[in-house]
Write a protein that binds this ligand. Structure first.
Ligand code: ADP
Ligand code: ZN
Length: 220
């Protein structure tokens, strides 16, 4: 079996993290763990967790650190992540989460933290036209010419605009990213774990850069 790979992906909303994390997960045989997706799944199921976080998500606020830390601790303790590692998408998002995660992951530490770099004005326009399949989470770009309801090409699910992809919620999430999450870039740089990857270009171009960054782990 190949060695497990443990990667944290940082980057603004709309930088393409989701798409690239799916590809990395495929390439390295590690589970893609998206905390946003875990939370949205809980909302869809109307579980106790879902009811507790729905309003927070819709407003684009951050779910509290304690809840997020225990959610992720549980998830990375599952067999697939213990065996094969993880591509962690959406966590940590605050310094408190990062510190807690250092502690939780002490036995099997993160190999690499990637900052997928795309400037704020660029992600804003990407997010406003983003549409997402409710069922498989595939992302699409709206042109205005779509039929309604819009059916997902991959799974036949319904393609909608995420409740938190309104202009207000988008701007608020980007503000929170700058204030709360961007300090993690220097946090992991100081730990000598950071690779900055340019997120501009086609998905294939960006993925090629990511592979190069991950290959760098082995040469340490
Ligand atoms: P985006 O990157 O566009 O905000 P995500 O799918 O990563 O989308 O997250 C959606 C929402 O889930 C966030 O706006 C936030 O409310 C919540 N969330 C996800 N991960 C975290 C986290 N680590 N800490 C706090 N809230 C989180
Ligand atoms: Zn779908």
């Amino acid at each position: 079996m190949a060695h497990a790979v443990r990667i944290i992906m940082l980057g603004r909303q709309g930088a393409g993290k989701g798409t690239q994390c799916v590809r990395l997960a495929d390439e390295f045989g590690a589970p893609h763990i998206s905390t946003g997706e875990m939370l949205r799944a809980a909302v869809r199921k109307d579980s106790a967790l879902g009811r507790a976080v729905k309003a927070v998500l819709d407003k684009g606020e951050l779910v509290n650190d304690e809840l997020m830390i225990s959610l992720v601790q549980g998830r990375i303790g599952e067999e697939d992540a213990r065996m094969s590692g993880y591509i962690l998408d959406g966590f940590p998002r605050t310094v408190a989460q990062a510190q807690a995660f250092d502690h939780i992951s002490e036995v099997r530490p993160t190999d690499l933290v990637i900052d997928l770099e795309v400037k704020r004005d660029l992600v804003l326009s990407r997010l406003s036209s983003r549409r997402t399949c409710e069922q498989c989470q595939a992302n699409y770009v709206a042109t205005g010419a779509e039929s309604s309801p819009w059916t997902c090409e991959k799974c036949g699910g319904t393609v909608v605009q995420r409740a938190d992809d309104t202009p207000e919620a988008i701007n608020h999430r980007l503000d929170l990213y700058d204030a709360m999450t961007s300090p993690l870039i220097s946090y992991y740089k100081d730990q000598n774990k950071l690779a900055v990857v340019d997120g501009l270009g086609t998905p294939d171009e960006v993925f090629a850069r990511l592979r190069t960054a991950v290959a760098g782990i082995k040469n340490r």
